[in-house]
Design a protein around this ligand. Structure first.
Ligand code: SF4
Length: 482
């Protein structure tokens, strides 16, 4: 899920226009004397609600009239021509997410400690973010305007949390009545209009597993290729989720689910030519079952949902050990048009430039044979990464250590790297070895250098006697390949 800054959603949504945050020097916008904090309210007479509207309404247009509201309150009109495809040189405020009206029994917001940073309590349910960043929505409270907008502006693909096609079960999981939970007409309308969908099932033992899961996957697969793929990810309960309706995911449950879904995957590969229904990596790891091969994942359609990440990483790591080179994009790694960024992020998206905020790249020459440092990761991935790093050390006479960081902040089943917090790092700070520490990049907020528990990145760095670098999986691969 893409995380957004918390701003007053309701007032922002009602305010017309989109605010400019940056104007590139020498750009067309600068020539037009558009400046940061200006709001573009209309384009060629049509109202602009956000930068998606701006993109849509300017696409292909060479004769333009902008209605611009200045920070002083003055509104001006700017008429101009531009060359075909000429960029405006503008950066926009991010979209403020519309929030959901559900009460999902497994909602992660309910599993947050009270002092978690406010953005973790944002229940975003926004078809714009679904298109731009691959955030899942349930479509249960989508408005007619939003439905029209998806179709008119071709906001495809959409990422839909289906959870179960059995209506009673879906309503139960979402905590809404069956009328609201029923999205069959909406799905049909989107599919009839050639909007592609990726689906998600958050798997809750004893609620939407077994026969209900099989029905869900079969119902969705019947719409392939318009429903492109389905991710089945296990419910993750922190120690704050005390809802008695929920059952924790066990290794035995994972093994059973793998067996059941494997049969369907084989059938789908035979009939559709794709695995179609992908189980989250956590299910294999927890079940102690080998992660499927690269072919299983095809072009990794659900990688940002934790599906296939481990296989992709292993593929790249093995290549480094064998050839000390970074695999090409087609080798199961750099799946995105934006290297290092979520595969699902569209070109139109405003992507926070965290690199500018943290600016903590390891030195280019750090990847020599003297490499001596510690890589921190979550308990789930640590055994896998340790094995790889051991091979790397043997191949290149380096001294890298992998340290599993227990998640004490969220507790419960949470063992993924991306949810580690400042206090978790603090607890193991005395155990690191070597000249540097690498932490998972995603533990730092995308648009601000703070961690999930509110600790600043600077404070985190001060906990360690050696430099701290934040790298995502691709960054780690690049670093080690040097
Ligand atoms: S849709 Fe459900 S899981 Fe998502 S934010 Fe809303 S209540 Fe939480």
């Amino acid at each position: 899920m893409y995380e957004f800054a918390v701003t007053p959603a309701v007032t922002q949504l009602r305010r017309p226009g989109v605010t400019i945050t940056e104007v590139s020097p020498g750009s067309l916008a600068e020539e037009l004397e558009i400046t940061p904090n200006d709001r573009i309210v209309r384009v060629n007479g049509r109202t602009v609600r956000d930068y998606l509207d701006f993109r849509f309404q300017t696409a292909g247009e060479t004769e333009l009239t902008f209605q611009v509201k200045k920070p002083t309150g003055q509104t001006i009109e700017i008429e101009f021509d531009r060359d075909e495809g000429e960029d405006f040189g503008l950066m926009f405020e991010q979209i403020v997410p519309r929030q959901c009206a559900n009460e999902c029994i497994f909602c992660f917001c309910k599993g947050n400690p009270e002092d978690a940073r406010p953005s973790l309590f944002v229940r975003d349910e926004d078809i714009r973010l679904s298109f731009l960043y691959g955030n899942y929505t349930t479509l249960s409270s989508i408005t007619e305007d939003e439905m029209k907008r998806i179709v008119e502006q071709r906001l495809s693909p959409q990422y839909v949390s289906v959870h179960a096609t059995d209506l009673k079960t879906r309503a139960y999981l979402l905590g809404v009545d069956e009328k609201r939970a029923d999205i069959s007409d909406k799905l049909k309308r989107l599919l009839d209009n050639d909007i592609e969908l990726h689906a998600q099932v958050v798997l809750c033992p004893e609620i939407n597993d077994g026969a209900i899961l099989e029905k869900t996957l079969r119902d969705l697969a019947a719409h392939y290729p318009k429903v492109v793929s389905t991710a089945v990810v296990p419910v993750a309960l922190t120690r704050y989720n005390t809802d008695e309706r929920l059952t924790r995911v066990t290794p035995e449950f994972c093994r059973r689910t793998i067996k059941e879904v494997e049969k369907l995957q084989k059938e789908f590969r035979r009939t559709l030519g794709t695995t179609f229904a992908f189980l989250g990596d956590e299910i294999y790891i927890k079940g102690g079952v080998e992660i499927p091969s690269r072919r299983h994942y095809g072009n990794y359609p659900q990688i940002e949902d934790g599906v296939g990440m481990v296989r992709a990483f292993l593929g790249k790591f093995e290549r480094i050990v064998r050839h000390r080179s970074v695999p090409p994009a087609s080798a199961g790694g750099a799946y995105s048009a934006h290297p290092g960024v979520n595969i699902r992020v569209q070109r139109e998206a405003v992507v926070p430039t965290k690199d500018r905020l943290t600016a903590s790249r390891p030195p280019a020459n750090a990847g020599g044979t003297d490499l001596f440092g510690t890589v921190l990761t979550g308990e789930m991935f640590a055994p896998i990464l340790s094995e790889q790093v051991k091979e790397y050390n043997e191949a290149f006479s380096t001294r890298l250590h992998v340290l599993a960081v227990p998640n004490t902040y969220f507790g419960g089943d949470v063992s993924v790297a991306g949810l580690l917090t400042g206090q978790d790092y603090r607890a193991i700070a005395g155990k690191v070895k070597g000249d540097f520490v690498i932490i998972p990049k995603h533990t730092i907020k995308s648009d601000e250098p703070i961690l999930l528990d509110g600790m600043s990145f600077d404070e985190l760095k001060s906990l360690f006697a050696v430099p701290v670098y934040d790298l995502d999986a691709d960054g780690l691969i690049d670093f080690l390949a040097k």
